[in-house]
Design a protein around this ligand. Structure first.
Ligand SMILES: Nc1ncnc2c1ncn2[C@@H]1O[C@H](COP(=O)(O)OP(=O)(O)OP(=O)(O)O)[C@@H](O)[C@H]1O
Ligand SMILES: [Mg+2]
Length: 278
């Protein structure tokens, strides 16, 4: 009856590579990748455009299949994990259904799971409260700003209380202020729910602010260049991360560490195309 002592990893990627067959030849998107994300851990993927971040996310989410290697999510195949709704997904486009209200969009995974309507209503209220949209339940997506739509998508991703969130540039389209606010909210939500997060971003400060570890990838074919653990001192606990952290010395030190890992010895300007330092 007792819980197992060693917790199973949220994500276990072993020897995964991916070759896309196209009319103009094969594209090796990923070299064999090994990566373990612990339960409750926040891991960001950063690297130049085309280095295979989205490809890796899609393999974990069972939206595509690896050419070789295995992906496990909480000890299950990624297929089984998807069917069991072990993870929530939020990608760059919020992907809301325009004909459904905010509440209706958040309700979708609950309906698919056949949750009773009373339980559903209270869960939706709780979720909208969590993302600060309690007053917008009856609005439609086109009546919301981009940042609000993105928060609806995050509420929807959290609906089934997944132990894992897969997020591919979820804040890419937001203005800088909204983006920082969303980062603070995501840190709070992930600390509250204890969910593991795999997060793709082009922003070094965003990766540093959010993560326990930052995975730095290099292109052609994509591989892991370095994994940088975020040592943020007393603020390292995710629940303790606040706006002030962005101005702390340790924060800048970690931004520098990730930037250096990205450039990886190659002259600055050629090593990390497409990576923002803002
Ligand atoms: N369906 C596909 N068919 C053929 N090639 C693909 C396919 N999807 C991705 N690729 C190729 O695989 C490589 C990695 O693409 P991927 O989208 O994973 O990069 P990324 O790191 O997410 O880039 P970005 O930061 O621009 O989003 C690229 O060379 C891309 O052209
Ligand atoms: Mg991508």
């Amino acid at each position: 009856m007792s819980e197992p002592v060693t917790q199973v990893a949220a994500v276990e990627v072993r020897g995964v590579d991916k070759v896309f067959e196209t009319r103009s030849g094969n594209v090796q998107a990923l070299e064999p990748i090994d990566l373990t994300v612990a339960a409750g851990e926040f891991v960001s993927l950063i690297g130049p455009s085309g280095c295979g971040k989205s490809t890796l996310m899609r393999l974990v989410a069972d939206l595509d299949e690896p050419t070789a290697g295995t992906v496990e999510v909480f000890g299950k195949t990624s297929r089984r994990a998807r069917l069991d709704q072990e993870y929530g997904i939020a990608f760059q486009q919020a992907g809301l259904l325009p004909w459904r209200t905010v509440a209706g969009n958040v309700a979708l995974p609950l309906e698919l799971h056949g949750e009773a309507s009373a339980a559903r209503a209270s869960r939706i209220a709780e979720l909208l409260d969590m993302v600060g949209l309690a007053d917008f339940a009856d609005r439609y997506p086109d009546q919301l700003s981009g940042g609000m739509q993105q928060r609806v998508a995050i509420a929807r991703a959290l609906a089934e209380r997944p132990r894992l969130l897969l997020m591919d540039e979820p804040f890419g389209a937001l203005d800088e202020m909204t983006r920082e606010k969303m980062q603070t909210e995501l840190v709070r939500i992930s600390a509250e729910t204890g969910a593991a997060v795999v997060f793709v971003t082009h922003s070094i400060p965003e990766a540093v602010f959010l993560s326990d570890r930052v995975v730095v990838m290099s292109p052609r074919p994509g591989r892991i260049r370095e994994i940088v653990a975020m040592r943020l001192g007393a603020e390292a606990e995710r629940a303790e991360r606040t706006e002030e952290l962005r101005e702390e010395r340790v924060f800048f030190d970690m931004v520098t560490a990730v930037r250096e890992a990205l450039h990886g010895g190659s002259p600055i300007g050629t090593g990390a195309r497409g990576v923002e330092t803002r």
